[in-house]
Design a protein around this ligand. Structure first.
Ligand code: ATP
Ligand code: MG
Length: 560
């Protein structure tokens, strides 16, 4: 699959193919738009789901329609209320709300009655073959399958056996209910698909009421029909299921919902399979579903992403009909754009070099006024303390600077953001020759942007007063995988071989005091460093900050 890096910003103006379909429907008088988002509660939602949410809820919003939230809870073994709760929280966080909350399990009675109806019509039968036998007799694309010896049971026998399946007489796997269609059908899904299997398992909603559970193909379309869904939008791999979706609806003569498919979202350096994400959680490779390195919505939230940045990203990548892979840089571009508007600025030093201002009185301290957000005047100002010993970034000093290096070096002058001009008089070194401290002097007349004689300097650097600094654990994140396509493995290897050992780097940072007690998730720009927020692990005794994204925008540079 090609990696798509071109700018798709322009695409939002023309309708996407789903909007075109709806526009045509409306032109033909079918004006009602009812969509649904149908997650299986077997894991946390990820950025791919976010795209599906934006499409389904977005279309309903745009056309004055409704979008339901329907939990596809037909597999009791893997599902859990923990997931149901997280899914609802994540959809709301993204800024959407559902018309009604439904569960496929709400429809188990109706689905059962419809199965009875199909048996009566001679369109379903109970098969005693094992699932393995059924698989082996399904045939191949080029060869027809073999009919089950139980295929021609009478309607009465099927009704009786199906009822007994339901009442718990048989063990798991002993029998299944199959649709009676065509064992030679070119679409393999039509070769007598399984409608119900026996599963003696407790369900998180229906408890022990049922020991037979409907399969996806039988449950999904009928659930859509019950909810009178007009546009049942799903990902591309379901296009081969669409004829079967239609077949059940026609056989039952119920509300004709229609299915439409779009390309699922793939991102470079990212895996989105819930099964694999669950494995990372269970094996402790990450700190949980909400680990900031996870592609989950709660992971992005914890990392400092805003709902608007995720929505903008979904809009930007658009709705495609063919599979592609989106550059992870686009997602970072979207969060950077939004944070630039909304994040308050702060000063923090992540790789400190101590600076002693030798002519500044010992014990003295003063406050400078700093602007919270140059993009938003209403964010106001704050006071930043200054004193004799400060930290600057190690990168902001060079002993032997190249030309056009405007930061500090022996004998040169630089502006401390919001505060004074300082001149580097001496670099103190340890026995190995490493610079351990700078001794500088300041111009007392240069506070807040001026100078004693009108001179100007080019370099402005950030700093933190050492005595006032908040020492914090700062977590720097890199992609969780080292390969653009994490599934690309050597023979005999596994996707886990591609995990990035440096996906989280913990360092100690020195933050200006106003960051003490920052609310988890509230975004800040650490000036000249990147975007950060306090982590949910953060406490007043042990502050923890996450890097949401760096300031540098490699994607926009390449593509604009
Ligand atoms: P996974 O393969 O990660 O388990 P899933 O498709 O089984 O995902 P569901 O809970 O069934 O997960 O998905 C709910 C909805 O989200 C479905 O309509 C599905 O098509 C959509 N969806 C899932 N993954 C993506 C993706 N990567 N891009 C766009 N839509 C997605
Ligand atoms: Mg699914």
């Amino acid at each position: 699959m090609a990696i798509e890096t071109n700018d798709t910003n322009t695409r939002e103006k023309s309708p996407n193919f789903l909007e075109e379909i709806i526009n045509e429907d409306i032109a033909e008088g079918r004006t009602r738009v009812q969509t649904r988002f149908p997650p299986e509660p077997n894991g946390y939602l990820h950025i791919g789901h976010a795209k599906s949410i934006c499409i389904n809820f977005g279309l309903a919003r745009k056309y004055g329609g409704k979008c339901n939230l329907r939990f596809d809870d037909t597999n009791p073994v893997k599902e859990d209320v923990e997931y149901v709760d997280s899914i609802k929280r994540d959809i709301r966080w993204l800024g959407f709300d559902w018309a009604v909350e439904r569960y496929a399990s709400d429809y188990f009675d109706q689905l059962y009655q419809w199965a009875v109806e199909l048996i009566r019509k001679g369109l379903a039968y109970v098969d005693d073959q094992s699932q393995e036998e059924i698989r082996l007799t399904r045939g191949t694309v080029s060869e027809p399958g073999k009919e089950s010896p139980w295929r021609n049971r009478t309607v009465e026998e099927n009704l009786d056996l199906f009822e007994r399946m339901r009442s718990g007489e048989f063990a798991d796997g002993q029998k299944v209910l199959r649709a009676k269609i065509d064992m030679a059908h070119p679409n393999m899904l039509f070769r007598d698909p399984i409608m119900y299997r026996i599963l003696h398992a407790e369900h998180h909603r229906t408890g022990n009421k049922w020991c037979i559970y409907p399969m996806y193909d039988y449950a999904h379309g009928q659930s859509d029909s019950i909810e009178r869904i007009t546009h049942s939008i799903c990902t591309l791999e379901f296009d081969v299921h669409r004829p079967l979706y239609d077949w059940f609806i026609e056989a039952l003569a119920i509300f004709p919902s229609h299915q439409y498919e779009f390309a699922r979202l793939n991102l470079t350096y990212t895996l989105m399979s819930k099964r694999k994400l669950l494995k990372l959680v269970q094996e402790g490779v990450v700190m949980g579903w909400d680990d900031p390195r996870m592609p989950t919505i709660c992971g992005l939230r914890r990392k400092g992403y805003t709902p608007a940045s995720v929505r903008n990203f979904a809009e930007m990548v658009g709705v495609a009909k063919r599979d592609n892979v989106i550059d992870l840089g686009k997602l970072e571009y979207c969060v950077r754009e939004d944070l630039n508007k909304v994040a308050e600025r702060r000063m923090a030093v992540l790789n400190p070099l101590k600076v002693v201002i030798t002519n500044y009185p010992e014990g003295k301290s003063e406050l400078f006024t700093a602007i919270n957000n140059p993009e938003d005047e209403s964010a106001g100002t704050r006071q930043v303390p200054f004193s004799r010993v400060i930290y600057i970034e190690r990168d902001d000093f060079m002993e032997n600077p190249p030309k056009k290096y405007y930061r500090l070096s022996p004998g040169t002058e630089v502006r401390l953001r919001y505060a004074y001009l300082i001149r580097c008089e001496e670099a103190v070194k340890d026995a190995e020759g490493n610079v351990t401290e700078l001794r500088c002097t300041y111009d007392p007349m240069s506070g807040g942007g001026s100078s004693s004689d009108g001179r100007r300097v080019k370099g402005v650097i950030h700093w933190v007063s050492a005595a006032d600094a908040v020492e914090a654990e700062v977590r720097l994140f890199n992609p969780l995988f080292t390969k653009e396509n994490p599934e690309e493995v050597e023979e005999g290897g596994s996707w886990e071989d591609n995990l990035n050992p440096d996906s989280m780097i913990r360092i100690t940072g020195y933050l200006e005091p106003s960051l003490r007690g920052a609310e988890a998730g509230k975004p800040f720009q650490f000036e000249r460093v990147g975007y950060f927020c306090a982590d949910t692990d953060s406490t007043p005794e042990h502050p923890v900050f996450n890097r949401t994204v760096t300031l540098k925008d490699s994607w926009a540079k390449i593509n604009k």
